[in-house]
Each structure stands twice: as C-alpha cells, then as structure tokens.
Ligand binder design. Structure first.
Ligand SMILES: Cc1cc2nc3c(=O)[nH]c(=O)nc-3n(C[C@H](O)[C@H](O)[C@H](O)COP(=O)(O)OP(=O)(O)OC[C@H]3O[C@@H](n4cnc5c(N)ncnc54)[C@H](O)[C@@H]3O)c2cc1C
Length: 337
C-alpha cells in the first residue's frame, strides 16, 4: 500500500518509479486489512495531521480514479457483548443479536469510511502504472551505491530508493521494524448488513476479553477481526499463515453477533502482519548517513488510512526536498540515533 501510494504520487508528478515486489502487490497486510478509515483515528498523536489530510485524499482519489475499491462512508459504533450473554435494556442495532449492546457512536459518514484494501492498493498501483511507473518482480536483498540489489544478482538503479517493505523493511542503517500479527475473516452477507461499522469488547466464556472489529464493505462482504498474536514474522511474505485455531475462534465469535453473520459463507480466512516501530510511529523520511535512501513504513494499524498522505508527502520530499502538506519531523528515521 505504502509503496503503491508513493509510486502513484511520484508518477503523477512526472517521475518514473519502479516498484519492486517480492510476492504480490497487496499480497501482505495491505490486501488483507480492514480498510477502515477515520478522520479522527489518530487524534492526540503526532499522526493527527497526516490522518486528516489522508482521510480527505481518500475521497479525492475515489472521485478522480472512479472508485473501483468501494470507498464507502459509514456510521461507526462501539459496544460490548459476551459469549452466551444478553445485552438487557441497552441500545441496540436492528441487525445485531440481542447479546450486543451499543454504548457509543464513534463517527458518522463525514468522519468514518472504508475501502476494500486489496482493490485500493491495486487501484493506486494501476494509476501509477498508467502515469509511467513500472512494477518489477524481485526480492530486494540490499542497498547498492545508487539503487538496490536483488536476489537474482541484478542491480536496479535509481536517483532515490524508498524502502517500503512493511515489516520486512530491515536493512542495516535503518531503525528496526517489527511485525504484529492479526487474523481476519470475510463473510459474504449481500445487503443484509447496513453501512454500520462496529468496535466491540467481547467477553468469552473463559473470561478473556477480545476486541472484535466488524466492517461492512461496499461489495456485499463483511470483514471481521479480533485475534492478534505475537507469532514470529516469516522471512518470506508468501509464508504468512494463521495460528492454529485462530480462525475457528473468530468465526464462532462473529456468528454469535448477528443473524446475518450466523448464516453467511466465509469467503476469505486471512492472516497478516502490521509493520510497527519501537515507538509506535511510522518511519518516513530520508535515512541519515545513506545517499538518497528514504524509508516509509511502520504505519501499524493505520496504514490504509494514512497511505495517500504518506504517498503525497514522500513524493514532495523526494522531488521538492520537503513535504508541504504535513510535517514529517516526528517520523524522521534519525530519531532513534
Ligand atoms: C489485521 C489487520 C487489520 C488492519 N486494519 C486496518 C484498517 O482497518 N485501517 C488501516 O488504516 N490500516 C489497517 N491495518 C494496517 C495496514 O494494513 C498496514 O499498516 C499496511 O497494510 C502496511 O502497508 P505496507 O505497504 O507498509 O506493508 P505491506 O502491506 O506488508 O507490504 C509490504 C510489501 O513488501 C513486499 N516485500 C517484502 N520483502 C520484500 C523484499 N525483500 N523485496 C521486495 N518486496 C518485498 C511484500 O511482499 C509486501 O507486498 C491493518 C493491519 C492488519 C494486520
């Protein structure tokens, strides 16, 4: 997502980026994430300005590029439920089971939205290609004097290099990036569930509390997650798989939340890793001590939201020497030195 967004904004300004992909475009977290977007999602953090700019850019990109990724505005609620429980006399939504109590409204259509993340990533990549970018299959193994080296032995040269390999962005000279695993399911529900997203607290019979997120998408599917883990990141993105039992546990939870989810077929069972840094903020900027090397990763739980403004800012930084719309200083890779 981050590589595609940067390529999109660079190529639209006349540059000719080459995106080197080891596995497949949107084959990792960017194709499997929730795709949930919130204007206020990063309020109170140094990411706030980036997120606000990015939320606006999502609407602009959907308008400009025909929205094949189902950008859709949502009303978003918080609530709680417990396994086998009943919510009693609290607020409800008609499509939810009686066990789900609604406790708040997180946002409305002006402040919360969703994209289908794979289609969005592909959409920006295709827009980049239409403007002159190139996608090249290959495994980057290191930095060269002016470019990168590939596992094949080839060197790809460029005026600038941007490391945007999500949790795999670990080259010497760069601050470390880690992977934090999440599981998700996609149900086909047709039009049974309205444009209402949910963030819940769910108490299992064992007493363990999970935080399910339920997002209805424009294509008649519902994306759901609740189970994260500290499983190790495999070196090859193609080898990412689920933890034993995680999908069955998530499926049982989801089916208890709404009659429409109880009956719906599961069309995807997914696992992926969020890229995270030691201080929880992304790395965005020029890498000190290396010539013309930039990094853009570590977007953690908000990579889909923050991708457009990241693409715009990185393109400005590379082409103009500074980002104009957002201040990248809090994300400087040199902050760990
Ligand atoms: C369960 C889950 C739910 C999420 N929900 C949301 C959400 O609702 N909203 C939101 O805003 N964000 C969400 N996120 C976060 C978001 O998905 C990530 O922040 C974002 O996808 C990160 O994008 P990326 O491009 O940095 O990394 P990735 O998507 O991991 O992409 C990295 C790419 O680099 C490639 N690569 C790796 N190594 C090499 C190599 N050596 N050579 C060449 N290519 C290589 C990989 O194959 C991959 O395609 C979620 C994440 C998870 C895990």
């Amino acid at each position: 997502m981050i590589g595609a967004a940067i390529a999109c904004f660079l190529s639209r300004r006349g540059a000719r980026p080459v995106v080197i992909e080891r596995h497949e475009i949107a084959g990792a977290a960017s194709g499997k994430s929730g795709g949930f977007l919130a204007l206020d999602g990063c309020r109170g953090s140094p990411l706030d300005r980036l997120a606000r700019r990015s939320f606006g850019l999502h609407a602009v990109l959907a308008e400009e590029l025909g929205n094949p990724w189902g950008f859709r505005r949502l009303t978003t609620y918080s609530g709680h439920a417990s396994e086998g429980g009943h919510a009693g006399g609290t607020a409800r939504l008609p499509w939810l089971a009686g066990s789900v109590a609604i406790t708040g409204r997180i946002g409305g259509p002006q402040t919360t939205a969703i994209v289908e993340p794979r289609a969005f990533t592909m959409g920006l990549m295709r827009a980049a290609e239409a403007a002159g970018a190139e996608v090249k299959r290959g495994t980057v193994t290191g930095l060269a004097r002016s470019g990168v080296t590939l596992e094949s032995g080839e060197t790809v040269e460029g005026d600038a290099v941007v490391v945007a390999m999500g949790p795999w962005s670990n080259f010497s000279g760069l601050p470390p990036v880690y992977g934090f695993k999440g599981h998700s399911l996609v149900f086909r529900t047709g039009d049974a569930i309205p444009a209402e997203a949910l963030f819940l607290e769910y108490r299992e019979a064992s007493g363990e509390v999970l935080s399910p997120e339920i997002f209805p998408r424009a294509d008649g599917t519902v994306w759901a997650c609740a189970i994260s883990s500290t499983a190790a990141l495999p070196p090859d993105p193609a080898d990412v798989g689920p933890d034993a039992g995680a999908h069955a546990r998530l499926e049982a939870l989801c089916r208890s939340l709404a009659p429409a989810l109880a009956e719906a077929p599961v069309v995807a069972r997914q696992a992926c890793f969020r890229p995270v840094t030691a201080d929880g903020l992304p790395l965005m900027g020029r890498v000190p001590g290396l010539d013309n090397v930039y990094v853009a990763t570590g977007h953690s739980v908000w990579g889909m939201l923050n991708a457009p403004a990241t693409g715009e800012a990185m393109a400005e930084l590379i082409l103009d020497g500074a980002a104009r719309q957002v201040d990248l200083a809090p994300f400087a890779p040199g902050r760990f030195q």
